[in-house]
Design a protein around this ligand. Structure first.
Ligand code: ADP
Ligand code: ASP
Ligand code: MG
Length: 586
């Protein structure tokens, strides 16, 4: 018998008719001879509605009580689905997270799964039952040793399902939802978004962590770590859906730390880099496009691109290229500044250092640890660009031996995990696979910071200590004046509300510095594994935006993703523009 784990999201169990239809499809699968564990979410918008109730009664609801409340949503669905299956004559039994023994960390609202007890589920399966498990919830032992209910974070039922697959040793996990699978972008924004037959876990992680709500990013991380075949399918129509695949060797199941596998998988060092910066550019649509199109026309492959906001109507853009391309790049920068104004500068003997790992996501302490480690080694960080699963920075080449030693030790990396000038196999992958939009972000800039080791570390450590998650950190500097620097990042709207006290103490620590909240923004992220090998992808993205007269407020890139911060009012138009520029609808 094959063990199948099937997860049905809130949109698929929104009313009684839908629950009955799902019960029927589960019956068919059972009659075909499969063992089945079903994971369900709360019906329709009921989690949102429970949240609203909490806000009506208290402006700052207690986190423990909030988990107590939100976890009831899933409990309704499991009971109803079980009743329906029993009516169809199929033995079924519902279980909450704590009845199963889904053990999590003791953090309310965003707990990670540590372990899942399988005995009780297995015993029901052996007796022929379909087991229906409440998603999104688990339980933990509090500091007093008493059982408490926890939740995993919004969208977390996907994570429950994939974690159960890993714990029960199921080969595949099927996530049923209201779309045919993973699409090139959110069909609510682009109705003719296309279904992807396959997507790599790495690409999906990047998309899911920046707004593609079709999968919870932690579910993708678990599938990748433990080699679970993960399908996303429609609960309404027959479609073969999307299969996620990964190249990495699956890990053995980590009991007691199911979701706590190593945060950092590798350290990459890329020597012989040059940093170019074009500064004092006018801040208007089309500037970034013109720069990167010019570079691409000269066949220059740009790696990191960083643009942060500045006071007034000027704009600085910094990027890295291989030192072999420096001469050619300087010629192009001359052309660019002749046309656009501003000035260019460059620095050679630079090195890019990156730590990488899906475990970085949602753990602000990791980038804080990296910057702190570098600062303890007295290494000044020149540029920073981060994505959710990678933190890159540019440092002087003379610091490299020291940096490798300190960072390698900090993250307990073996020699085989330290990659110096790695040559990646050129993959035949599209430069753009999909686009995600995250509207739940605000942009914050720290201005006038001293340019010395430890500044980025202080900011990141302070936020991480309060478990406030920040990302798309960019630090750029004007190569002409090394005296001050700006660090910008994005964070979720909720976390921003809690950050005031921390910001106050930080600006006190760095006299003269100040915090500036950006305008209402959204983050538009373009992802594709082929991007790293293709010259000119960034230029095309910026051109697509410029054609629609959309200004880019901030840019941060990793190898397989380019994120642009745009004004919130422009965000749907931005996604549409990039989608059609790359002909993803074809
Ligand atoms: P569920 O209730 O099944 O968990 P969600 O609302 O969490 O469903 O996720 C499904 C929704 O994700 C879709 O309705 C779609 O609007 C949105 N979505 C965002 N990006 C994508 C994408 N790239 N592919 C498919 N759906 C996406
Ligand atoms: N019901 C929870 C939510 O709405 C979990 C989920 O649907 O995955 O976030
Ligand atoms: Mg969901």
């Amino acid at each position: 018998m094959t063990l199948l784990i099937k997860k049905f999201g809130g949109t698929s169990v929104g009313d009684i008719t839908k629950i009955k239809a799902i019960a029927q499809s589960i019956c068919q699968s059972k009659e075909a001879g499969n063992d089945i564990v079903v994971v369900v979410s709360a019906m329709g918008n009921s989690t949102d509605n429970l949240n609203k109730l909490a806000k009506l009664i208290s402006s700052k609801p207690n986190n423990r009580e909030l988990d107590m409340l939100l976890s009831t949503g899933e409990q309704v669905t499991i009971a109803l689905l079980s009743m329906s299956l029993n009516d169809f004559g199929i033995p079924a039994i519902s279980m909450t997270g704590s009845q199963v023994g889904i053990i999590t960390e003791s953090i309310h609202g965003k707990a990670r799964i540590l372990d899942i007890k399988t005995e009780r589920i297995q015993s029901y399966l052996d007796q022929g039952y379909i087991v229906i498990v409440a998603g999104f919830q688990g339980s933990t032992l509090s500091h007093t040793g008493l059982m408490e209910i926890t939740t995993l974070g919004r969208g977390g039922s996907d994570t429950s399902a994939v974690a159960l697959s890993a714990a029960l040793g199921a080969e595949t996990c099927e996530i049923y939802t209201d779309v045919p699978g993973v699409l090139t972008t959110d069909p609510r924004i682009v109705p003719d978004a296309k279904l992807l037959d396959y997507i790599s876990c790495e690409e999906m992680l990047e998309l899911a962590s920046v707004g593609a709500s079709v999968l919870h990013p932690r579910a993708v991380e678990i599938a990748r770590n433990y080699g679970i075949k993960l399908y996303v399918k429609s609960s309404q129509t027959l479609s073969k859906g999307t299969l996620l695949h990964s190249q990495i060797k699956p890990l053995p199941l980590k009991r007691g730390g199911l979701e706590l596998t190593k945060t950092v998988n590798s350290l990459e060092v890329l020597e012989n880099q040059a940093v170019l910066s074009v500064s004092n550019l006018p801040d208007r649509p089309g500037i970034a496009a013109q720069i990167f199109e010019t570079l691409s026309a000269a066949n220059i492959n740009v790696d990191l691109i960083i643009q942060t906001t500045h006071d007034g109507n000027i704009n600085d853009i910094a990027f890295t290229v291989n030192a072999l391309e420096l001469k050619k790049t300087i010629e192009q920068c001359k052309l660019i500044t002749n046309q656009l104004g501003g000035e260019y500068n460059y620095k050679t003997n630079m090195t890019k250092l990156s730590i990488q790992g899906a475990g970085i996501m949602g753990r602000p302490s990791v980038s804080a640890d990296l910057f702190d480690t570098l600062s303890q080694a007295n290494i000044n960080v020149r540029l920073i660009a981060t994505s959710e699963i990678k933190v890159s920075c540019v440092i002087d080449i003379s610091n490299i031996p020291k940096a490798i030693r300190f960072v390698g030790e900090k993250f307990k990396l073996s020699d085989s995990q330290i990659l110096i000038n790695p040559i990646f196999k050129k993959q035949d992958q599209p430069e753009v696979r999909g686009i995600a939009l995250d509207k739940n972000q605000v942009q914050v800039s720290f201005r006038n910071l001293p340019d010395k080791p430890g500044v980025a570390a202080s900011i990141c450590l302070a936020l991480a200590e309060s478990n406030l998650i920040f990302d798309t950190i960019v630090q750029s500097e004007r190569v002409t004046s090394f005296k001050t620097k700006d660090i910008s990042f994005t964070m979720s709207k909720q976390d921003r509300e809690q950050a005031d006290l921390i910001f106050k103490s930080l600006t006190k620590k760095f006299p003269g510095s100040f915090v500036e909240d950006g305008p209402a923004i959204a983050k538009v992220s373009t992802v594709g594994a082929g991007m790293a090998f293709k010259v000119g992808t960034a230029g095309k993205i910026f051109r697509a935006l410029a054609n629609e007269n959309i200004n880019v407020e901030m840019i941060a890139t990793s190898e397989i993703r380019t994120s642009c911060i745009v004004l919130e009012k422009n965000c749907d138009k931005a996604v549409k523009a990039i989608h059609s520029y790359f002909q993803l609808d074809k």
